[in-house]
Design a protein around this ligand. Structure first.
Ligand SMILES: [Zn+2]
Length: 397
């Protein structure tokens, strides 16, 4: 499998006793340590089904490779305390998130820990070349401030627009006005480390899948409302649904009103032209909305034009969610960005309308929730792109 394709299962499976599958077991172990900070050797034994001496040997290999460290456990429980295994604190990935008004560059440790970040505001729409240069400069500054980092696993970028993870090309990003950009290759040259890209909604979903609201789910979809549109992504049976060309999950471009306004994709009445942060903002004027605290800022002004606009958006969003449910039969639907804010403000109403509109048996057990990682979502997810090859084959070669 190509390591750029995180079509790998997102939850580690069972271990194998066959020595020829040592690489598989090392990958499994490092993935478990990555997903469960401070996991004990005893838990690793239980979760992999491997015996204690095999776990001991594999952990020793990972310690030698400076990928994990062992720390003595606090005693107190019955029996011998089992040592804790954690990812080596000197390993990090560079996360890059170019957007229309700023570029955010972060240093992310294993376990999804954001060690540091820089937000560089942009006075005008940047060119791809400008953003990789800014990313390289910011990375140099961040690394200078973090001498404890001894190894960069790679770089990952969350891109607003259509992206092909397999060859690292941004096909089209109307918001940035970028078309057919070999962005992974450009980042790789500028940062001198392997680089990977994906669409920002997929990246957000990946972060939520590994460390957030999706960590115990296997089939669900995620809809993220940014200031510029709605991204979507789908996990089916524990794997990201990519589609034939990697464009699956464009849930913001499902048509909800064919007589609706023109969408930048060239069609009319897409969900993202109807359910839109800008429309909420217009309805709320002259009150200001706070994107990161939408539920509370709407609560202060939820009457008249704003209430009407919220009603309209909740109704259209519920219809779209209900339709997607017929396609994917999810265990849960996770909402992020301003959609998460709408859900926080009008959750019960949204849930009820989804139930009313969905094909009945699908909605009985529906879990509707908002994402849980917050503002570092895209940095954590972008770092996951970069950690994937290391988790796949910890000792390389
Ligand atoms: Zn559209």
């Amino acid at each position: 499998m190509d390591s750029r394709d995180y079509g790998r299962p997102l939850t580690p499976g069972r271990g194998s006793r066959n020595e020829s599958t040592r690489q598989h077991n090392l990958s499994l172990l490092l993935s478990l340590v990555h997903h469960h900070p401070q996991i004990s050797r005893a838990e690793l034994t239980r979760m992999t089904g491997l015996n204690r001496s095999t776990i001991g040997a594999l952990v020793a290999d990972l310690v030698d490779a400076r990928l994990v460290v062992e720390v003595a456990a606090l005693s107190g429980n019955v029996g011998r305390p089992s040592p804790r295994v954690t990812a080596h604190p000197g390993i990090a990935a560079v996360a890059v998130n170019p957007d229309v008004d700023a570029i955010i560059v972060g240093l992310v440790g294993m376990g999804g820990v954001v060690l540091d970040r820089k937000r560089i505001p942009l006075p005008e729409l940047p060119s791809p070349e400008q953003t990789v240069q800014i990313a390289a400069d910011a990375t140099r500054d961040l690394l200078a401030a973090h001498p404890e980092i001894i190894r960069i696993a790679g770089a990952g970028a969350a891109v607003p627009g259509l992206a092909r993870p397999l060859d690292g090309v941004i096909t089209r990003s109307p918001h940035l006005n970028w078309y057919e950009i070999p962005y992974a290759e450009m980042l790789e040259d500028a940062l001198q480390t392997p680089a990977y890209i994906d669409n920002d909604a997929n990246v957000g979903l990946l972060a939520e899948a590994v460390f957030g609201a999706g960590r115990n789910l296997s089939t669900y979809f995620y809809m993220n409302g940014s200031a510029s549109g709605i991204g979507g992504a789908i996990i089916a049976g524990g794997t990201v649904l990519r589609g034939a060309d990697g464009y699956a999950g464009e849930l913001g471009h499902t048509v909800v009103d064919s007589n609706g306004p023109l969408c930048h994709c060239g069609r009319h009445g897409c969900l993202e032209t109807e359910v839109q942060y800008a429309r909420l903002k217009d309805a709320a004027a002259p009150h200001e909305l706070v994107f990161g605290d939408l539920a509370n800022s709407l609560a202060d002004i939820d009457n008249g034009a704003v209430a009407e606009e919220i009603d309209r958006q909740v109704e259209l969003l519920a219809g779209a969610i209900a339709s997607h449910m017929s396609v994917f039969n999810p265990e849960a639907v996770i909402l992020g960005g301003f959609l998460g804010g709408l859900f926080e403000r009008r959750g019960e109403e949204l849930r009820q309308r989804v139930k009313d509109l969905a094909f009945a048996p699908l909605a009985d057990e529906l879990v509707l929730e908002r994402d849980s990682i917050g503002e570092d979502l895209l940095l954590v997810g972008a770092a996951e792109l970069a950690f994937a090859p290391l988790l796949d084959n910890p000792l390389g070669g």
